[in-house]
Write a protein that binds this ligand. Structure first.
Ligand code: GLN
Length: 199
């Protein structure tokens, strides 16, 4: 069986937890900080953290454009929380100058579930997976999706997981729970894109 090499965008956020979850889901996981490192991975995870900071640092490290291009060319990508924001084609309430990488035809609202002290855990029914314990920390929700995007989960009437082709996004952090099924789904998406020997 082929083992995909999956990067975790390591500019800011909970990089380590994603590296651990990916390794547990049978991928080779590596931090990505430079364009040369991005060029060597089969797929990429964009972690939770602060989307405004990730956006600024991606520009500074010369990663924003190469990353947009790889996403446009179909590289599988998974974003959790701030990572979901980075994958949205549009932010409803961006901080001034805040840019995303895009990839999913959706509009997101930042901090929609409340502030840090309103963080919570909830069981979320994710289609194709089942009940997943999600950790929501200043979590965004998805206001609306375009025709190409598939809603995978809702919480309290709000969209919290979306897939569009090779791009997957969740409002919550599955990497903090020790349950690796969302990462397994993503590793499977990367495998489908890169069958054995295709690299
Ligand atoms: N836990 C998180 O990733 C929080 C995301 C944060 N609210 C943002 O706008 O980026």
């Amino acid at each position: 069986m082929n083992t995909p090499v999956i990067g975790v965008l390591a500019l800011q956020g909970d990089v380590r937890e994603h590296l651990i979850a990916l390794a547990a889901a049978d991928a080779v996981a590596r931090p990505v900080r430079r364009p040369e490192e991005l060029a060597e991975v089969d797929g990429l995870v964009i972690p939770g953290g602060e989307s405004t900071t990730i956006s600024k640092l991606a520009d500074l490290f010369g990663l924003a454009e190469p990353l947009r291009e790889r996403i446009r060319n179909g590289m599988p990508v998974y974003g959790s929380c701030a990572g979901l924001i980075m994958l949205a084609d549009k932010i409803l309430d961006p901080r001034s100058g805040q840019e995303t990488f895009g990839g999913i035809d959706m509009i997101v609202r930042r901090n929609a579930f409340g502030r840090q002290n309103e963080s919570f855990e909830a069981t979320v029914e994710v289609s194709g997976i089942g009940g997943v314990e999600g950790v929501f920390i200043r979590a965004p929700w998805v206001e609306s999706v375009g025709a190409a995007a598939e809603v995978l989960a809702e919480h309290d009437g709000h969209i919290v997981a979306v897939r569009q082709g090779g791009a997957l996004a969740t409002s919550f952090h599955p990497e903090l729970t020790g349950d690796h099924r969302v990462h397994e789904l993503f590793v499977e998406m990367v495998r489908e894109k890169h069958p054995a020997g295709s690299r």
